[in-house]
Design a binder for this molecule. Structure first.
Ligand code: SAM
Length: 331
């Protein structure tokens, strides 16, 4: 079988599937306070349609799937979807990104359904600050969700992701490090990107991975790089000199990793996006809702991948904002 490659020679292995555009948070860097006009039910891919696209994509070279949203756990019966996706031959990893608020109920069923990894987004450990950024006073429920997750070793290590925003995140960096070392969570920070619906992003708001690392090293001494040789890994990973704990920095703005990007994304309404910042999409929903055979679906995916964008151009005159915000794309 021909590998799934783009015209720049990048081999595409990872598919992120957004299963809903709805979210129960309103993070300031993502969604407006009042929410967004939600997709209608008929516009959203059914589980059957998602599984078919995933199966066809796995058949031509996709090895990893990550479910996201919106908030994926608000979609009904998500363990059933996880179970069905796990039956697909050729998939090495099936993970999920969540804000964690529903994990108390769902961690067990998700582990049982065969989820292999999970990322929990958490931007502050201070209740007021959490409520300010998520626009929901739900820190305690997220922490409870994380605790629940600890009971299921099949989905460890637990990764905690925080968006780093200048003037907001610095004061808690060391608290997150202490939590991660104590709990064996992998703690990662991701640079704020211009994908917020309110368009509040300014270059000055970026707190870079290098700045975060310097804050940690001032307290703990030099961090020790962890190298796995996997070029498509987005995070720069480090441990501490005593070997306890792991932190990572995802630096799409200050150190773009487009050259080794192996990802494509499917939106909840079935549009294939070959870059977070894509301005064009490929309508897979139209293909699955026609009588087209799997071969045609596979060919449509191959063609879209072939046309994958070279890079995102943030910080360059050529940069154009994407036509969707992060919650509508699926981070
Ligand atoms: N609701 C789920 C969650 O909270 O993880 C999944 C969807 S959310 C859009 C996925 C990730 O994107 C979250 O970690 C979120 O913090 C991140 N994100 C959203 N907007 C962002 C932005 N403008 N820059 C960087 N990361 C962003």
């Amino acid at each position: 079988m021909e590998p799934l490659v783009d015209s720049y020679g990048r081999r595409i292995k990872s598919l992120r599937i957004s299963i809903t555009d709805k979210c129960n948070f309103r993070c300031t860097y993502c969604m407006p306070a009042e929410g967004l006009p939600w997709l209608k039910k008929a516009e959203i891919l059914s589980y059957e349609e998602i599984v078919r696209i995933a199966r066809v994509a796995a058949g031509i070279g996709i090895e990893q799937i990550r479910l996201t949203g919106g908030e994926p756990l608000v979609r009904r019966d998500i363990p059933e979807l996880v179970y069905q996706l796990r039956q697909i031959e050729g998939l090495r990893s099936l993970s999920l990104t969540t804000n964690g608020i529903l994990l108390k109920q769902l961690a067990g069923p998700l582990a049982q359904a065969g989820l292999t990894r999970i990322n929990v987004s958490l931007d502050s450990l201070i209740r007021e600050k959490f409520a300010q950024i998520a626009r929901r006073d739900q820190l305690l429920r997220v922490l409870e969700g994380l605790e629940e997750l600890e009971k299921y070793p099949s989905i460890h290590p637990i990764k905690v992701n925080a968006v780093a925003v200048k003037g907001f995140s610095e004061e808690e960096v060391l608290d997150f490090v202490r939590l991660a070392r104590r709990k064996a969570y992998v703690m990662r920070w991701i640079e704020f990107m211009p994908l917020d619906a309110d368009q509040i992003w300014r270059k000055e708001d970026i707190l870079t991975g290098a700045e975060l690392k310097a804050i940690i090293e001032a307290e703990y001494g030099s961090l020790v790089a962890i190298t796995t040789g996997d070029r498509s890994e987005t995070a720069r990973r480090y441990t501490f000199s005593d070997g306890i704990g792991e932190v990572g920095f995802i630096n799409p703005v200050s150190e773009p990793f487009c050259a080794s990007c192996d990802r494509i994304r499917l939106t909840a309404d079935g549009q294939l996006r070959t870059c977070l910042f894509a301005t064009e999409e490929t309508d897979l929903r139209a293909v699955v809702r026609s009588d087209a055979p799997d071969e045609e679906l596979a060919q449509t995916i191959r063609q879209a991948v072939w046309n994958k964008e070279l890079k995102h151009y943030i910080g360059d005159k050529r940069f154009k904002r994407a036509n969707r915000s992060m919650s509508m794309i699926g981070g």
